[in-house]
Design a binder for this molecule. Structure first.
Ligand SMILES: Cc1cc2nc3c(=O)[nH]c(=O)nc-3n(C[C@H](O)[C@H](O)[C@H](O)COP(=O)(O)O)c2cc1C
Length: 208
């Protein structure tokens, strides 16, 4: 079982990374192979709407996006983590979601004429188990959370939940430091159990 965490924080001492690590470490105890990508280390610009991926079947912008996309394709489960910036996910994560969602669709489908709806063959994300993790100092987690959910439910993913929304309340001047957010840490760990359960069931289903 391969689990990928994508951290959309531009900060080195990232709270989002902390919460993602809580979930990933729980996955590791369940025998999963995990990896975390810090988008702050990569150079990924936003989608430029060129529709080049419709023909090329991959994003045609030449930057570090391909590194993330390959790892997303290999993963059974993906955690999308983002700090809340003005009630939204960060531009780093938005760039990845826009480009992955669009090029992932044209990887396996053909665009037809305006009248024709295309024959659905799935996306590269079909059946992947996905969850958002959003972190704010005070407010806006659910808006950013919803952005990730809307991406996942438009890209044929299966969404896992936990005992509460997978959100952290932390940050400079925030309610608590992330490592003191016991409830949040519990939520992140339970998320890993739920995702593991779903992925194992799905894998068993394909073996039958
Ligand atoms: C540009 C910017 C916008 C922010 N907007 C919000 C916000 O809307 N709500 C909030 O509670 N915190 C907001 N914050 C605080 C961060 O969400 C918070 O510090 C978070 O823990 C940062 O996560 P990170 O350490 O993973 O980068 C903002 C911070 C920055 C730099």
């Amino acid at each position: 079982m391969k689990i990928l965490g994508i951290c959309g924080s531009p900060r080195e001492e990232s709270n989002t990374r902390f919460y993602l690590r809580q979930t990933l470490s729980e996955f590791e105890t369940q025998g999963a192979q995990t990896e975390i990508i810090l988008l702050r280390d990569l150079n990924i610009r936003g989608c430029k709407g060129c529709y080049g991926c419709v023909k090329a079947k991959k994003c045609v912008i030449e930057d570090d996006f391909g590194i993330v996309f390959e790892k997303m394709m290999e993963a059974d489960g993906i955690l999308f983590g983002s700090p809340v910036y003005h009630s939204s996910i960060t531009s780093e994560l938005k760039a990845v979601l826009d480009r992955a969602g669009f090029s992932g669709r044209w990887y396996s489908n053909e665009m037809k004429g305006k009248e024709d709806s295309y024959e659905w063959k799935g996306t590269v994300f079909s059946g992947k188990v996905v969850a958002p993790v959003t972190v704010a100092r005070r407010a806006g987690q659910n808006f950013a959370f919803a952005q990730i959910l809307l991406w996942a439910t438009c890209n044929d993913c299966i969404v896992a939940g936990s005992t509460y929304w997978n959100v952290g309340v932390a940050g400079k001047g925030g309610t608590v430091n992330a490592d003191e957010d016991e409830e949040g840490i519990g939520i992140m760990k339970h998320l890993a159990s739920n995702m593991t359960h779903i992925i194992r069931c799905l894998k068993r289903e394909t073996e039958v």
